[in-house]
Ligand binder design. Sequence first.
Ligand SMILES: Nc1ncnc2c1ncn2[C@@H]1O[C@H](COP(=O)(O)OP(=O)(O)OP(=O)(O)O)[C@@H](O)[C@H]1O
Ligand SMILES: [Mg+2]
Length: 235
Amino acid sequence: MLLEVKNLDAGYGFLHILRNVSLSVEKGEYVCLVGPNGAGKSTTLKTIAGLISPIGGEVCFDGETISGLAGYKVARRGIAYISEEMNLFSNMTVHENLLMGAYTVRDKQLEKNRLAFVYALFPQLEGRKNQLAGTMSGGERKMLGIGRALMCNPKMLLVDEPSFGLAPLLTEDVFDSLDTLIKEGGTILVVEQNVTKTLDVTDRGYVLEHGRIELEGPSAELARDPHVRKAFLGV
Ligand SMILES: Nc1ncnc2c1ncn2[C@@H]1O[C@H](COP(=O)(O)OP(=O)(O)OP(=O)(O)O)[C@@H](O)[C@H]1O
Ligand SMILES: [Mg+2]
């Protein structure tokens, strides 16, 4: 397994949110974590990314324990975390934002290759490379957030709510880009509110409720599960 989360407990101060969360993602897999608002999905990604220290349990990546490491060290190991907010530099251009994503890449040629890769994945960004990030549309900013994360050639992406705030057409574009990444050998753990779409595109999934994993399995099976259908799909 590339990522292995074992019996993770985490929260904020005295607020205990995640309880005994275990999940794993193999290299090349496209895995989702779905669940209702407040279930702890973002908390799970933040804990894996090293932004929150776990109370208990362990996170292993590429055969090594990474739980307890600071976020920047987790990033150096090859995990790119794309938060809901994306934290772009609004007063910098698209191009400059991408270069900021490559700050750990010392090799100029490698940086050039990564830029070419990101612009090929998101031609919309190349056409706007001199535009200030703050003036881009929501969907374009999402793409820029993902593009920036890809600049340091991560082994795995953690993506929080790629479709949040986006119209259906832009949502499709963003999901298409994640699909392309998977086809090119990438590995993704995605958190999403759009359960129908997510279960349709991913290989496997976990259902998180009240900080616990309640269900897991191939996405197609989860989509047919009576509990999932009732709770998330309204059918
Ligand atoms: N910084 C924080 N301090 C205190 N409580 C927090 C903090 N961030 C999140 N929480 C609480 O932790 C719980 C889980 O939040 P989390 O953001 O992980 O949920 P989520 O599953 O991502 O929900 P959503 O679908 O609404 O994004 C919520 O009750 C939330 O209020
Ligand atoms: Mg969230």
